[in-house]
Design a protein around this ligand. Sequence first.
Ligand SMILES: C[S@@+](CC[C@H](N)C(=O)[O-])C[C@H]1O[C@@H](n2cnc3c(N)ncnc32)[C@H](O)[C@@H]1O
Length: 705
Amino acid sequence: MNLDQRQNAMRPSSFQFLRNTHVTMAKKNFRGRAGKRGNRDENKDGWTEITRENAKWESYYRSQNIIPDEAEFQDFKKHCQETLPLTFRITGSKDHAEEIKQIFKERHLNHLQGLTFLGEPVKQPKPIAFYPNELAWQIDVSKSVMRKDENFAKTQRFLVIETEAGNISRQEAVSMIPPLLLDVKPEHKVLDMCAAPGSKTAQLIESLHSEPNPTGFVVANDSDYKRAHMLVHQIKRLNSPNMIVVNHDAQFFPKVKLHDEFVKFDRILCDVPCSGDGTIRKNAQIWNKWSLGDGLGLNPLQFKILQRGIDLLEDGGRLVYSTCSMNPMENESVIAHALRKNKNMKIVKVQLPGLVSSPGLTTWTVVGKDGETKAKGTEGFADELYPPTEEENKEFGLENCIRVYPHQQNTGGFFITLLEKAPKEKTEEPAKKKFKPTTPAPEKKEKLASATKDNVEPFNFLPSTHPDLEKCWNFYGFDKSDTQITEACFVRNATGDPSRIIYLSTPIVRDFLSANEEKLKIVHSGIRFFVTQRTDLDCPWRIQAEALDIVRHILTDSNPRVLNIGLPLFETFLKEAFPKYHELEERYPDFIAKAKALPHGCGFIKIPREGHEDLMYPIWIGTSCINLMLAKKETFEALYRVFNIETNGSDAYKQTPNGPGKKIQGTNEEVAEATSEETPAVVASEDATPVPEEAAAAAPAPTEA
Ligand SMILES: C[S@@+](CC[C@H](N)C(=O)[O-])C[C@H]1O[C@@H](n2cnc3c(N)ncnc32)[C@H](O)[C@@H]1O
């Protein structure tokens, strides 16, 4: 008997038996009405026992006939009662993602075949069929197997390391569907209306970056300020200068401008707030919380968000409406209402290869909180809630909505509809320009964006001729006509002078920010480009690792600040904090000679590899030593990926002259060099909230040791 069969054998055949066996433990954080229903209990430790059963939920979905076949309904219910498998997605550029996939297959998958746990065979991870190029995987084993079987524990550690480095995203399989259907291209203007915590936003941004230097952008919005910051934390890992995080009620998302025209978005995601019963496998409390009023209550908000999305959609543009609910009141009812109101919208019939799904419902009953079916015309129940007439549905085609149920491919439940706006009619003249040529950054320092709402510091763009930027262009060998970079630098302080951090945006994002400074509550935009901590060098500004992908094209072999090295020296840099020139000179004389000949400051090492993309990292070239400027988690990741060396959080970070893990001692310069990339006080606080530059500068700087 395998694990599944054993679980199945334990599965109840009667309701009474269910109440006793489908019990899960959840921390007591829910104060709902469930207690009254008597299927909740609390033990002494403050944990809540949740019975994975809810008679109203079951009878509601039976009455809606979502799954007409009884045996299939039983299978559906059985899956809803089971915990969800672990799923993840490999992120990043094509080459990079392929490398991570190969590592997963060679170092993990191969070791997870034919395993047994407590004498039972264990399921092998498998690629998610509907996700392209085997870049998403499902691990279908329980937490105890994950923890106690060393092979799985090793895989778990790999997932943690790669997730922290931004190479892997733990995401529910069904949640990956909406961005796939939106098919975002690098030139698209994209709006994610309800974006936090941001797993789908991350996918949208990745699609935008499917080619270098995309000209489009992603605006990610959430009405909850704290959740908007979670979103920042999640998508910062992607190092995209093409995104903007804002904080608005999506029902009233402001009309925004770009190049003197109102912006219409090419792609919009409306992943609206919902009752979430499709996540019941993950959030067991929903068994207790679920009520008949949930869907009815959410329907008007969901419709208003969708309507605002439709208003903001470009002619011919596409919008995905999605929920993690299976309730027609939150799904087909909202779509039917929108189609009645917006004759220029239609459902696009689409099927993701490999995805097993069911058609949308074309009819449903409206059930009141009292459990009674409410006929159309009943007071308090708007006509818009009701299903379309047969005639209407010939036009709407609600069956082309997509329903995904837990039993179909062992996932959560989800609802997705791809909508398209009619293209602009040919008679309408003149045709609207997509984008005007980008206006250059101001000649003089000029305050472009001053969104000082909610303590958010202004975005002050710098002219490309600013003396600090000129220093950087010359020192690093930037082409000044590369306006995608040189015209898109900004600082975030009221004075508009670079003092500690210069951020990088893109020209179109700059124009968008500056045109909407009064209207938008901007939470975050841009990536850290240059950071300074010293003033006595030719160029005190060092390039941040997070900007490397964007400036890679200038870091060619002919750039004097790029030093080619081999794997053994790279390993040394990963393991040792600030090795001295004389310690390396004997083994790497050419490298040391080149490094010593360079003006001190930031440089780059390039590590060519056969069969994989070249590696590139920033280094600090000092008077007596060289240091790799890489954060701890990225150092661990590189050690693992390139050298198959496993490290964990408790290991000494780097070997220093004083031994592993000891406090670094040395001259001020050495300490500065050794710690130059790790400015945790600053980085951590910026992760949590976008700290104004002054606050960041006020944080204890490692250079002031
Ligand atoms: C289903 S979650 C979105 C999940 C997200 N798309 C993802 O993939 O990570 C719904 C989000 O909508 C937000 N929200 C709720 N009401 C909203 C409103 N009126 N306007 C904008 N966002 C709203 C919630 O804070 C929540 O983060």
